[in-house]
Design a binder for this molecule. Structure first.
Ligand code: F6P
Length: 545
C-alpha cells in the first residue's frame, strides 16, 4: 500500500465522494456555483462548475496537493532540479519559452542564453527561406518543406501548424512524414520537386528507426531526382540533441539546430522542433506562441492552488480516475483548427503518466494516467457522444471553444456554441424516467410501450465536464492552452509521486522490433520466439496468408 492511499485525506475524500448529491442538486442549491467555480488566466476562461464537487471536495483535493508538496515540486521543476530521476535529468521545457532576460542555471550555465541563440538561428533560417535568399541546388527558391519526425518530433509541429492556419504568413507548402510505412513518404514525394524542397529532420536522439529510414529514403529520392551529395546541405537541415550522429548522417553542421536532454520529446515543440511551425507562421507569431506558454508558466508557478488553472484541472482528473474509477478522459475541441489537439494531448499525458511504479520503485495501488482521446466538435456528437451520455463508463470531458471564429459566417458559430454548451448541460443534468415518460406523452404508443421506451431514454447525467473558452484562437492563447495541459499532466504525476518524464515502456517494443526485423530480413530460424510471433514472421516471409 502506498502512503498516498493510506492517508487520512485520501480516505476521507473517498467517503466524501460517495456521499455527494447529483450535480443537478448542487446547481439547484447554489445559484452562485458558476461564479464560484470558474476562473480565468492567460487569455483562457475555465468553467469547472459541472464537476462532481463542492467546496469541501475542492478542499480535500487541495489538501492532497499540499500533502504531496506540490508547490515545492513545481518550484523544483522550474529551478532545474533533476526531477526525471531515472534518467538523472532536469525537466526544463519551460526554459524554451523563458523571457530573454531570465536566468535559468543548469550545471552553472544560463541555458536561456543557448535557447536565445537557437531562436536567433531559427529566425535567420526562416527569414532566408521565406524571403527567397535560401535557394535550392539549381538556384530556385524553396516552395515545399517536408518535416520528418515522429512522436513529439511530429505531433507538435503538425498539430500546432494546423491550429494556426489563419496565421500562416509564408506561401510554403508543408508536408509531414512520421510513419515508417513507405506509403506516407511516397505519397508526399509524388507532389514534390527536389529543386525546391527542403527536408527538416527532427529527432532528439537521431536514432529513431522510422525517422532515419524516412530520411534515407528522402535523401535517395533527392539524389535520384538530380541532386548531388554536395547539394544535400541546401536541402536538408536537422533538429537534434545528437549532433555527432546527425553530422555522421551527412547533415551539414551549420544546418543543425540543437536541442537538449532537459527537454522531453513530448514537451519539445517550443524548441527548434517547432521549426516547421515557424516557417509557416513566421518567427513573430512563433514568439507569441512561446509568450502565451510563458504566461501560463508564471501563472502555474505563482497562482494560489485554488486559483491555479493547471492545478484545478489536474486535481479533477485525478479525482475521477482515483475516486470514480474513470479509465479515460475525452478532449472535445469545438474548433476545426484544434481538431488535432486531442492526439497531441494523448502523447503528452499518456507517455508521461502511463506508469505503474512510484519514484521509489514501489508498485502503485491506484490508477495513474487515463486514456486520453477525443476529437472535433460537433463531429463527435454523431459518433461517440451516445456512449458519453448513456454508456456504462464514466468519461470526464473537456470542451474547448473560442468565443469568436476566424471565419464568421451566418449562424455557424452560434450553432457551434449552442452544441458545445448544450452537450455539457445534457451530460450534467441527464434525463430521468419521469421526464422521458413525459416526452412520450403525445406519442401513439400504448402505456406499456411508453413505459418501456422511457427506460431506454433515461440518461443518468452527473457526467462531469470542464469548459475552456478563449476570446479567439491565437498563437498566444494556443501557447497558454498547451502549457496548461503540460502542467495539468505534471500535477497528477506529482501527487501520484511517479516519474512523468521518462518513457521506459517504449523501449521493449523497439528492441523486440529490431530483433524481429533481423528475422524478417533473413532466414534466421524464428523458433526462439513464441509460436504466434514465429507464425507471423513466416507468413510475412511467404508474402501471403
Ligand atoms: O515514443 C518514444 C519517443 O522517444 C518519444 O518520447 C519521442 O517524442 C519520439 O520517440 C521520437 O523520438 P526522437 O525525437 O528522439 O526521434
Amino acid at each position: 500500500m502506498t502512503k498516498l492511499t493510506q492517508s487520512q485525506t485520501w480516505k476521507a475524500l473517498k467517503a466524501h465522494t460517495q456521499a455527494l448529491p447529483h450535480m443537478r442538486h448542487l446547481f439547484e442549491d447554489n445559484a452562485q456555483r458558476f461564479n464560484q467555480m470558474s476562473t480565468s488566466a492567460c487569455g483562457l476562461f475555465l468553467d469547472y462548475s459541472k464537476n462532481r464537487a463542492t467546496q469541501e471536495t475542492l478542499s480535500f483535493l487541495f489538501t492532497l496537493a499540499d500533502e504531496a508538496k506540490l508547490e515545492s515540486k513545481i518550484t523544483a521543476m522550474f529551478n532545474g532540479k533533476a526531477i526525471n530521476t531515472t534518467e538523472n535529468r532536469a525537466v526544463l521545457h519551460t526554459a524554451l519559452r523563458a523571457k530573454p532576460e531570465q536566468k535559468i542555471l543548469l550545471d552553472g550555465l544560463n541555458i536561456v542564453q543557448e535557447v536565445q541563440e537557437t531562436q536567433l538561428k531559427m529566425t535567420t533560417f526562416v527569414d532566408a527561406v521565406s524571403t527567397g535568399i535560401w535557394k535550392g541546388y539549381t538556384g530556385k527558391t524553396i516552395t515545399d518543406v517536408v518535416s520528418i519526425g515522429i512522436g513529439g518530433s511530429f505531433l507538435g509541429p503538425k498539430i500546432v501548424s494546423q491550429a494556426l492556419k489563419p496565421y500562416w504568413t509564408s506561401k510554403l507548402n508543408c508536408h509531414f512524414v512520421a510513419n515508417v510505412d513507405a506509403s506516407s513518404i511516397t505519397e508526399k514525394l509524388k507532389l514534390l520537386n527536389a529543386e525546391t524542397t527542403i527536408f527538416v529532420i527532427s529527432s532528439k536522439s537521431f536514432s529513431t528507426q522510422e525517422t532515419l529510414t524516412n530520411t534515407i529514403s528522402a535523401k535517395d529520392w533527392f539524389l535520384k531526382q538530380g541532386g548531388e551529395h554536395k547539394d544535400v546541405a541546401k536541402h536538408f537541415v536537422a533538429v537534434t540533441s545528437n549532433i555527432v550522429k546527425a553530422t555522421e548522417f551527412g547533415i551539414d553542421a551549420d544546418n543543425i539546430f540543437p536541442m537538449w536532454d532537459w527537454v522531453g520529446g513530448r514537451y519539445s515543440l517550443w524548441s527548434a522542433i517547432g521549426l516547421p511551425v515557424a516557417l509557416l507562421i513566421g518567427m513573430k507569431n512563433f514568439q507569441a506562441l512561446l509568450q502565451g506558454a510563458n504566461e501560463m508558466d508564471q501563472h502555474f508557478l505563482n497562482a494560489p492552488l485554488n486559483k491555479n488553472m493547471p492545478v484545478i484541472m489536474g486535481l479533477f482528473s485525478l479525482l475521477y480516475g482515483n475516486f470514480h474509477d474513470a479509465q479515460s478522459h475525452v478532449v472535445l475541441t469545438y474548433d476545426h483548427y484544434l481538431r488535432g489537439l486531442p492526439a497531441y494531448f494523448q502523447q503528452l499525458d499518456m507517455e508521461s503518466n502511463g506508469k505503474s511504479v512510484t519514484l521509489d520503485g514501489n508498485k502503485v495501488d491506484f490508477s495513474t494516467g487515463p486514456v486520453i482521446w477525443g476529437g472535433e466538435g460537433t463531429n463527435g456528437q454523431h459518433a461517440y457522444h451516445q456512449l458519453l451520455h448513456q454508456g456504462t463508463a464514466l468519461i470526464p470531458a473537456d470542451f474547448i471553444m473560442p468565443l469568436n471564429s476566424h471565419n464568421p459566417l451566418g449562424e455557424h458559430h452560434v450553432q457551434l456554441a449552442s452544441n458545445c454548451f448544450g452537450q455539457t448541460q445534457a451530460l450534467m443534468q441527464g434525463r430521468n424516467y419521469d421526464e422521458a415518460l413525459d416526452e412520450l406523452s403525445g406519442n401513439q404508443l400504448s402505456t406499456d410501450e411508453k413505459a418501456l421506451i422511457a427506460k431506454h431514454k433515461v440518461m443518468l447525467g452527473n457526467k462531469p465536464s470542464n469548459t475552456i473558452l478563449m476570446d479567439k484562437l491565437t498563437p498566444s492563447t494556443l501557447g497558454s492552452l498547451i502549457a496548461l495541459y503540460e502542467h495539468r499532466t505534471f500535477v497528477q504525476g506529482a501527487i501520484w509521486n511517479i516519474n512523468s518524464f521518462d518513457q521506459w515502456g517504449v523501449e521493449l517494443g523497439k528492441n523486440l522490433g529490431n530483433d524481429v526485423l533481423n528475422r524478417l530480413k533473413s532466414d534466421i530460424d524464428a523458433t526462439a520466439l513464441d509460436c504466434s510471433s514465429n507464425g507471423l514472421i513466416n507468413l510475412f516471409r511467404q508474402g501471403k496468408i
